[in-house]
Design a protein around this ligand. Structure first.
Ligand code: KG4
Ligand code: ZN
Length: 340
């Protein structure tokens, strides 16, 4: 069962062909990071315009790389939401057109189901129930996954997503977009104990997260110390590297405290760490320590499968297909969409 999967929820135009939800026959990701970099964040109007330009070559590239033609496909899967509506619509229209012309089932995928299924592309014996921490630019959520394709939301951010905090801190310091990879790189070898940021504690006992306080603490620190953005191309001063390293350590601590607390409470048999922020080197290393102390196996996608891609949509599309989920040609994309 070969699925052509299409993902355009944010600023990556991606297409992949995945066999049986496991084997990646092709995967193409065209990132718009450079287009949005001058603005320090994704400009929705620019994103949809570039998806329109990129979608056909990206799909063609994924089909060519797979060595298959459209009739050989079993279904077309597409991210229906959540995400930027103008971006989602481009992928959805392309998927509809291909499904209609070639008479293939059109299968909806929830973007976060895609992230959660990403680790399953590399590991076929992940024990259930799993506890999944999904950390991206738009979400910071904990899901209990009692069986394949069953997702129960048990915790989420009360304000900013973790990736959003990385992006905003980088923007504040004039370090570029997306902020996560830049901060990850600058923090290496810097003093992450230079500033003691407090980690937000959610008082009502729910396994929720909060990152806006940390972001504001960084802002106050920058103002108090009179830290200015480095000139373009100039080396980043040690003071700024120590600051981003201290921020990163606080963000990682907050994420893993939430994961650990939920794991002790829910007693899963495995841990999943997915989403763009799962590409963070400190988070990957510290999550491995957390998993070891809990005595649980941890599954983290490769770097390429952590950030947005269509292979994960193909993996989740196979799950959706087996659940019997189908989209009609009158279906719409959804900027907000609960994962059920
Ligand atoms: O999953 P993703 O590609 O798109 C969304 O669904 O949002 O996640 C993008 C987010 C951005 O906020 C980006 O800064 C962050 O993931 N990110 C990272 C790293 N690589 C990407 N954050 C921290 N460290 C990284 N190495
Ligand atoms: Zn994502």
């Amino acid at each position: 069962m070969r699925i052509l999967a299409i993902e355009t929820s944010c600023d990556e135009t991606a297409a992949a062909v995945v066999e049986d939800g496991r084997r990646i026959l092709s995967s193409i990701v065209s990132t718009q990071a450079e287009i949005h970099a001058p603005y320090g964040g994704v400009v929705p109007e620019l994103a949809s315009r570039h998806h329109i330009e990129n979608i056909v070559p990206v799909i063609r590239g994924a089909m060519e790389e797979s060595g298959l033609d459209f009739p050989a496909l079993g279904a077309v899967a597409v991210t229906q939401g959540p995400g930027l509506i103008g971006s989602l619509l481009v992928g959805l229209q392309a998927a509809k057109a291909i499904a209609f012309v070639h008479g293939k089932p059109l299968v909806p995928v929830h973007h976060l189901a895609g992230h959660i299924q990403a680790p399953f592309l590399a590991h076929d014996a992940i024990p259930f129930p799993a506890l999944a921490l999904v950390v991206s630019g738009g979400h910071t959520s904990l899901f209990e996954v009692p069986a394949e394709g069953v997702y129960h939301l048990i915790g989420r951010t009360r304000d900013d997503a973790a990736g959003e905090a990385f992006d905003k801190v980088a923007k504040l310091l004039g370090l570029g977009y997306p902020g996560g990879p830049v901060i990850d790189r600058l923090a290496r070898g810097a003093n992450d104990r230079a500033i003691e940021f407090t980690v937000a504690r959610i008082k009502d006992g729910r396994p929720d997260f909060s990152f806006s306080g940390l972001k504001t603490a960084v802002l106050y620190h920058v103002r108090r110390e009179g830290i200015a953005a480095p000139a373009p191309g100039a080396p980043v001063p040690p003071q700024v590297r120590d600051l981003v390293a201290s921020f990163q350590r606080a963000a990682v601590t907050a994420l893993l405290q939430g994961l650990e607390r939920a794991a002790r409470d829910r007693r899963p048999r495995s841990l999943l760490l997915t989403g763009g922020v799962a590409a963070n080197s400190l988070l990957r290393a510290e999550a491995a320590n957390t998993a070891r102390s809990l005595g649980l196996p941890l599954f983290v996608p490769s770097l390429a499968l952590s950030t947005d891609n269509a292979a994960m949509i193909g993996a989740a599309g196979f799950v959706s297909f087996r659940k019997g989920l189908r989209l009609g040609f009158d279906a719409n994309a959804a900027a907000q969409l609960p994962l059920v």
